[in-house]
Design a protein around this ligand. Structure first.
Ligand code: C2E
Ligand code: MG
Ligand code: MG
Ligand code: MG
Length: 286
């Protein structure tokens, strides 16, 4: 409602402007500087081998520590960054930071492992393979220690997506389909994607104990994935019962609060130095 009862029209308009819209405006402005101002943090969530309990790596998950608004979730600001075009810089910063951190852990003597980084739709373009190659060169990280996660939606919506995936594979980077089962990828596409990993969306895992149909879906994804020689990661594992069912269904890897929430890099290092049962992972004292 723009009042015309006199006074300063602009002021009236602003005061009645939806608070949400104002906040979005403020945040999209601040986002442009967020990386440069050191406001972005990367948290790491462990991924665990369901067969032997070993730590096999982590997913990098970005957070925004806003000076006034506190910690902001990527589910909120990544879409905003996409809409306003900041995603290019932010996405590149995240990739570089995760690769540099992973490389640093290796030079400090921690056992090498791969870190998965999420890509957003606008990052997944023809320039991406070149950008990734440059980041790997700059950070000195071997390509096999970087995994890129894209959703089915992203993989399906770009004409040249299979081409881009192939170029990334030629570099030696691993590829995963994230949130699998929630998109609309056809099996025809799935078999053409040069991917190594399927991540079962957490919405199916959540109801595993209580929903027959979710159980059927999870089992089918695992079986289908294995026939396509893919590794299967279950996301959002929160209970022992879910873990046991996933073990029974021969799922390869789990990720979820049951083992750990995403944690800051220094906290993640604790997982790296604790040798898992049956593994000979030891931190070298270099
Ligand atoms: P995602 O890639 O599917 O990541 C998994 C999300 O599930 C993360 O939320 C993680 O914290 C959460 N999660 C993990 N285990 C559990 C669990 O046991 N229970 C529950 N309830 N949740 C669990 P987060 O960190 O808030 O990220 C949300 C989404 O934002 C991500 O979903 C991803 O799509 C996007 N995102 C996060 N970081 C980045 C990034 O660096 N770049 C881009 N483009 N997107 C990102
Ligand atoms: Mg992900
Ligand atoms: Mg996911
Ligand atoms: Mg997601």
């Amino acid at each position: 409602r723009i009042s015309n009862q006199g006074g300063n029209g602009v002021c009236v308009y602003q005061s009645e402007m939806n608070a949400d819209a104002l906040l979005r405006l403020e945040l999209s402005h601040d986002l442009r500087q967020a990386a440069e101002q050191n406001e972005l943090l990367i948290y790491y969530q462990p991924k665990i081998n369901l067969i032997n309990g070993n730590l096999i790596g982590a997913e990098a998950l970005v957070r925004w520590q806003h000076p006034q608004h506190g910690m902001i979730s990527p589910a909120e600001f990544i879409p905003l960054a996409e809409e306003t075009g900041s995603i290019g810089r932010i996405g590149e910063w995240i990739l570089r930071a995760a690769c540099a951190r992973n490389r640093q852990w290796q030079t400090e003597g921690y056992p090498p492992q791969s870190i998965a980084v999420n890509l957003s739709a606008r990052q997944f373009n023809r320039e991406l393979p070149k950008q990734v190659a440059q980041i790997l060169r700059d950070t000195g990280l071997e390509a096999k220690y970087l995994e890129l996660e894209i959703t089915e939606g992203i993989a399906m919506s770009v004409d040249s997506s299979i081409d881009i995936m192939r170029q990334l594979r030629e570099l030696g980077v691993k590829l995963a389909i994230d949130d699998f089962g929630t998109g609309f990828s056809s099996l025809t596409y799935l078999k053409q994607f040069p991917i190594q990993t399927l991540k079962i969306d957490q919405s199916f895992v959540k109801q595993l104990e209580h929903s027959l149909s979710d159980r059927a879906i999870v089992r089918s994804i695992i079986e289908l994935g294995h026939h396509l020689e893919l590794d299967i990661v279950a996301e959002g594992v929160e209970t022992v019962e879910q873990k046991q069912m996933l073990e029974e269904y021969r799922c390869d890897t789990m990720q979820g609060y049951l083992f750990s929430r995403p944690v800051p890099a220094d906290e993640y290092e604790k997982f790296l130095i604790t040798p898992s049962p049956g593994s000979s992972n030891k931190r070298k004292t270099t």
